[in-house]
Design a protein around this ligand. Structure first.
Ligand SMILES: *[C@@H]1O[C@H](CO)[C@@H](O)[C@H](O)[C@H]1NC(C)=O
Ligand SMILES: *[C@@H]1O[C@H](CO)[C@@H](O)[C@H](O)[C@H]1NC(C)=O
Ligand SMILES: *[C@@H]1O[C@H](CO)[C@@H](O)[C@H](O)[C@H]1NC(C)=O
Length: 330
């Protein structure tokens, strides 16, 4: 596996002084951490856990308290395996990278529901008809199924995933490479670590995500039971490791990297992913919720939910924050 999970796990363990109880194998990751962090293992709380996790993956750590793990989030440019990664243009509509145009990628703005501000309030979007709302709620649902939430799709507050069945199909015009997918999975691991998830569980999730999404030509796999086996690989560029069970004939031949909406200059795929977008994107970086734009009010609901919900018996660890000596409940 090309994930840097060992490093993450070590960082999380150091930060959290992890003294967490072992998760019983019969209890899913979703149910275990819902109980640990939010106490009652209800559909509402399972959905809240997935909301906290996914929103943190997207905009970076925004809840207080946290265990001292900094999560940049997938909207922030970063580095993976020594290479620059910038996933933001896939969300802003600056690339023709969404699969709503049949044989061609089209531009879709996925930050059209208020951007980071509603995410900081533990919401998917301000506008329930926005692309952002559908993307975020689908992420809560998809990952709720993946992490084994017992109340997922049971008719209660946690609705079943109803989005497109194949992650390959929805991502194919993005032509994601190993660093981009690696960065995405790393942000999920960091977000989990920021909530005190045990390193064994982070490793398990990372391994599962990597074999599901990160192996080129991976065979059809079931994530959503009602949707059956589907092509799920989102890492389809040449540098993606080949699945040991590769079924490349089931995938279409390689797509060129998604082109920019504006083709005024002779931009190539590689400049798209590099610095050229970096400067022009600064205006849209603000809505992604870097700390400078944090209002403070957004973190209140989470703070009260998390701290009020965790009795001594379910504390995952007791954390001494550097310089603050504050004991945080996780
Ligand atoms: C948990 O559920 C019980 C029983 O439904 C209820 O009395 C209690 O208030 C709930 N606690 C929280 C923190 O939601
Ligand atoms: C993210 O976590 C770091 C480390 O605990 C913390 O210093 C920072 O304030 C957090 N950012 C936000 C926006 O909460
Ligand atoms: C490959 O196929 C074998 C046999 O079906 C299976 O045990 C294994 O888990 C598969 N590996 C991956 C990465 O899909």
């Amino acid at each position: 596996m090309h994930l840097k999970l060992g490093l993450l796990a070590a960082a999380a363990a150091a930060a959290a002084g992890v003294a967490s109880a072992q998760r019983p194998t019969a209890t899913s990751i979703c149910d275990y951490y819902t109980t640990a962090l939010l106490k009652n293992n209800t559909a509402e709380n399972q959905l809240t856990l997935l909301t906290l996790l996914v929103n943190t993956v997207v905009i970076g750590n925004y809840t207080m308290p946290n265990v001292g793990v900094i999560v940049p989030g997938i909207l922030a440019a970063g580095v993976f395996n020594g290479n620059k990664v910038d996933l933001l243009p896939y969300f802003t509509g600056d690339l023709l990278s969404t699969n709503r145009g049949g044989s061609k990628g089209v531009s879709v703005n996925f930050l059209d529901g208020g951007g980071a501000a509603p995410l900081r309030k533990n919401m998917p979007a301000d506008d329930p008809t926005s692309n952002q709302y559908f993307l975020l709620t689908h992420l809560y649902q998809f990952f709720g199924a993946l992490l084994g939430c017992s109340q997922y799709g049971m008719g209660g507050a946690f609705a079943a995933y109803s989005g497109d069945a194949s992650m390959y199909e929805t991502h194919k015009f993005m032509d994601l490479d190993a660093d981009e997918v690696g960065y995405f999975v790393e942000q999920i691991a960091l977000a989990a670590a920021s909530f005190g998830v045990a390193k064994e569980d982070i490793t398990a999730v990372g391994t599962a995500l990597n074999s599901l999404f990160g192996l080129r030509c991976a065979p059809p796999t079931t994530v959503i039971p009602a949707q059956g086996d589907q092509l799920q690989a989102i890492c389809i560029a040449d540098d993606c490791p080949l699945s040991p069970n590769a079924t490349c004939d089931k995938y279409e031949s390689a797509f060129p990297p998604a082109s920019a909406v504006s083709t005024s200059t002779t931009m190539t795929g590689t400049t798209m992913m590099g610095g050229s977008t970096g400067t022009s994107m600064t205006g849209t970086m603000n809505p992604t919720g870097m700390p400078s734009t944090t209002t403070g009010s957004g973190s209140m609901p989470t703070s009260s939910v998390v701290t009020a919900g965790a009795p001594a018996a379910t504390r995952l660890s007791l954390v001494a924050v550097v310089g603050g000596f504050a004991a945080l409940l996780f």
